[in-house]
Design a protein around this ligand. Structure first.
Ligand SMILES: NC(=O)c1ccc[n+]([C@@H]2O[C@H](COP(=O)([O-])OP(=O)(O)OC[C@H]3O[C@@H](n4cnc5c(N)ncnc54)[C@H](OP(=O)(O)O)[C@@H]3O)[C@@H](O)[C@H]2O)c1
Length: 378
């Protein structure tokens, strides 16, 4: 494909986009041609890269953007509000697309509307290329690789970590909470059209509160199990009957109760426009945690995988999950798509199916940990 750029980053004037631009500036090899795009030229010129005009409310500008590059990376969210026109443009132009969404409704809706078109043009549409959902998607794949082939497999993921959200993440979270009906409708619409594997079963199942690995395992209804389940449907290696359950790992029961109460309060407030607006005013788009705060942030996900009489425990870990590590994961995903030899995929896919161990190797070189803690008979 002959295009002016290998990669264009949309949203580089925002909090996470600026960190991603910094990551690319430090790590992209000299033969990679990349540029930034957005609606505010003055802000973007600070990057020192070519600046393309693109406004997500102007489909013409997105078409021109998609036709100028092999890969578009976008950090413009909430994606349910701002993301669709760019997915449409990339699917039409046969341009690979990467984002940072953690919004299940958006991913389901994009599947229903643009998957077929992207398959026709060869575009790879890969959502959730940040802390949502790379550690889980690649961590589960890493775990499955260490279990026997062609056997039923169950994996539990247990997340621990600490960090603060940016304004953009907070707005996206509250927007997602305010749309429970649309989320459910999008989920059902996808179920009606996505073909299921004929001779295998692969899905995410909501778990139950229980004790595991010395922690309380609290079911965590984020986008991550949805992404892992889709990878498992795309990849035969996950076996004839694959199940994934996703949890937060919490040491003390009162913290569990406080966490559930806090989320329930945010959810309730998001349903009422005045309370929602008051919440949104507390953290503005463009704001984010300071470098000092980010330096203290961390995450660690433990996976317990069982199948064919074996149990394997693995761990994926890193620093500031939401921003430092997210910029690294998104940047490396773009470099991987642009430069590496990968399996042929098209349409809506996942990091595990499209890049798998090749991306994992890149992330390990970039400082993330993928470790096997134990392997036993079970
Ligand atoms: N799941 C994860 O792991 C993860 C981690 C981090 C972030 N995220 C997601 O990433 C998204 C961005 O977060 P953030 O904190 O970086 O947000 P942010 O600082 O508010 O940045 C938003 C960006 O969108 C741009 N933008 C807004 N409206 C636009 C338009 N009409 N046309 C073109 N560009 C437009 C802004 O440009 P201007 O400067 O011109 O306003 C800015 O560059 C959020 O949805 C967040 O949830 C996800």
């Amino acid at each position: 494909m002959s295009r002016q750029y290998d990669v264009v980053l949309l949203g580089a004037s925002g909090f996470t986009g600026a960190l991603t631009a910094e990551y690319l500036a430090e790590h992209a090899p000299p033969n990679l041609t990349w540029a930034v795009a957005g609606r505010n030229k003055a802000k973007l010129e600070r990057s020192g890269k070519d600046v393309l005009h693109a406004d997500v409310t102007d489909p013409q500008s997105l078409r021109a953007l998609a036709e100028s590059t092999r890969i578009v990376v976008t950090t413009v969210g909430p994606y349910v509000q701002y993301g669709e026109a760019l997915v449409a443009a990339c699917a039409d132009a046969g341009t690979d697309y990467l984002d940072l969404t953690g919004e299940p409704e958006f991913v389901d809706r994009m599947y229903v509307r643009y998957h077929e078109r992207a398959v026709q043009t060869g575009a790879r549409i890969i959502h959730a290329c940040g802390f949502d959902s790379i550690p889980y998607d690649l961590g589960v794949q890493f775990t499955v690789e260490q279990l026997p082939e062609r056997v039923p497999i169950q994996v539990n993921g247990l997340l621990r970590g600490g960090g603060r959200p940016s304004g953009g993440t907070f707005h996206t979270l509250i927007t997602g909470f305010s749309r429970p009906k649309q989320n459910l409708e999008a989920h059902r619409a996808r179920r009606r059209v996505e073909p299921r594997p004929e001779d295998r079963s692969a899905k995410a199942v909501p778990g139950k509160l229980h004790r595991e690995q010395g922690f309380w395992a609290v079911p965590l209804p984020t986008i991550d199990p949805q992404i892992v389940g889709y990878s498992a449907r795309l990849l035969d290696r996950y076996g004839p009957d694959f199940r994934y359950s996703h949890y937060a790992a919490v040491r003390h029961l009162p913290v569990v109760a406080g966490g559930i109460g806090g989320v329930a309060l945010l959810f309730a407030a998001a349903q009422l426009p005045p309370a929602r607006n008051a919440l949104l005013n507390r953290l503005k788009p463009g704001d984010g945690p300071s470098p000092e705060r980010r330096a203290k942030s961390w995450f660690n996900v433990r996976f317990v995988g069982r199948g064919g009489g074996k149990q394997v425990i693995t761990e994926v870990a890193g620093g500031d999950p939401g921003y430092g590590e997210t910029a690294k994961m998104l940047g490396e995903s773009a470099l991987c798509l642009a430069l590496d030899d990968l399996p042929k995929t098209a349409g809506q896919t996942t990091t595990a199916a499209a890049m798998g161990p090749t991306l994992r190797n890149r992330l390990v070189k970039a400082g993330l940990t993928f470790a096997t803690l134990s392997q036993d008979d079970y």
